[in-house]
Ligand binder design. Sequence first.
Ligand code: CP
Ligand code: NVA
Length: 334
Amino acid sequence: MSEKHMLKGRSLLTLNDLSDEEMLWLVDFSAELKKRRLAGVRGDLLRRLNLAMVFEKNSTRTRCAAAVAAADEGGRTEYLSSRETHLGKKESVADTAQVLGRMFDGIFFRGFKQQTVKLLAEHSGVPVWNGLTDEAHPTQILADLLTIKEFFGTLAGLKVAYVGDGRNNVANSLMTGCAKAGVDYVNGTPVELAPDEALVNRCREIARGNGSSVNVVYDPLEAVAGANVVYTDVWVSMGEEDQQDERIRLLKPFQVNMELMKATGNLEQGKVIFLHCLPAFHDKNTDVSRDSGPLEVTDDVFCAPWSKVFDEAENRMHTIKAMFVATLTGVTEV
Ligand code: CP
Ligand code: NVA
């Protein structure tokens, strides 16, 4: 039995819950589902399946991607905001997990602690998917890998430079995903925001097995040299809002602007794209950036033709759909 058939019943709490081959297969399966949807097919791969969406933090993309992915294929989602449920307040996570597991076919969780999503998986008896915690954002990286592969036609051998808050959830999962895909990964970040050393070492080992590398550097220009993908994220993640001033001070030199994109050496040859998981502060049209102007990325980069941020956002839906179908039904071909 090939590895791809073994995802049924499995959870996705970090990308390391998938073998390298399973992760790459899931990206390719997403591309198949995308083709199918663009051809106008709305099927019944998730027919009559009920998915609980337990969300402690806000979301636009992840929530909508899951809702549309399920509805497209005949399933349905129930949104449970932590403000309106007992989870972790009047009821332990383990008890809530058991209740949800007796009613729902799967649980999509977004929140703070990795331990919460772990407990949901341990006690619910159904597949649990991590839709972002403080530590990891695995479903985001599936979409990122699909977006990169769509543009370059390949993953292994490319170089991804992540520039910004080097120890947040997206940076952690991107490092893991690149290592598993055989993509060279460089994290350009201030020393104060360097990623966890143990995680870096684990990713280095995985990358070595796939013929690629993982590096952390403290100079943004050095980070992006030769990059095919320049990736950034907000400087202040959800739950860290009180650190805004300090983050702006530390990360200003790491802003992704035209000068940094040119420093890849790949802009003129069309061999570099810009990615951002979104939401982004690239202009003055948000509450946060109204006075400051662009933060982690400038508007000219964000709006450039080689910025693939909206393909990336769309791909959240196709990749989340693939994850639902593979882990709930075991279907591997469409
Ligand atoms: N990229 C992402 O997770 O977006 P949302 O916070 O809108 O879900
Ligand atoms: N690092 C960001 C990602 C948002 C999708 C956050 O956690 O807020």
